[in-house]
Design a protein around this ligand. Sequence first.
Ligand SMILES: [Zn+2]
Length: 209
Amino acid sequence: MMQVYMLYGAPTSGKGTICKLFEDKHIVSMGHLLRQHQLTDGANMVSSEIVNKLLVREIQSRQGVPFVILDGYPRTTDQIDFIKSCPNIELTRFIHLTCRDETVLYRTSLREVCLCGASYMPVLKPSKVAGICDLCGQQLFRRNDDELKHVEQRLKIYHAQTPQIISAFKNIYLPIDMDDNDCFKRACRILAASDKNFEFLKNKEIIRM
Ligand SMILES: [Zn+2]
């Protein structure tokens, strides 16, 4: 039985950075899957039927992997019902990275990303050389959907869907406050204590976060 963790949070709450702490085989990113299939508008906009199909195919392709972390799924009631009805998986925990709207607005106003998927933020998580990716040396750039009007829209959607998602998973709900600059250290501590699959995070050396 594959264990499934769901990772949820507002833009810049740290989902991507948390995912990078795990080997790729453990991460199922809905945003990534949608982009692979040229469906770029996110899980809120694409029909749940398509999103659910992509998810099942992806989970089946991870046969033998003891656990996966779902990033960006589920978002809608259709998707919630679907994941709850999936056979051969155990929904283990719903991890909610929380932070205030002001923090999201501040961080998205500063965030720079790389084509390789890395993302950087002055103060919280700067690149070693300004404007250059630490991992691959490419030029960093601003994401179009990090512009204010898009962020406000993303926050609106996030707040609209959050109550029903929390209530659907309240028995496995694990909130983690990601509002300050120590948030990644704290998140690793809380995750390590919460589950044996996450125990390795206790000793994880998190540099420059
Ligand atoms: Zn890069």
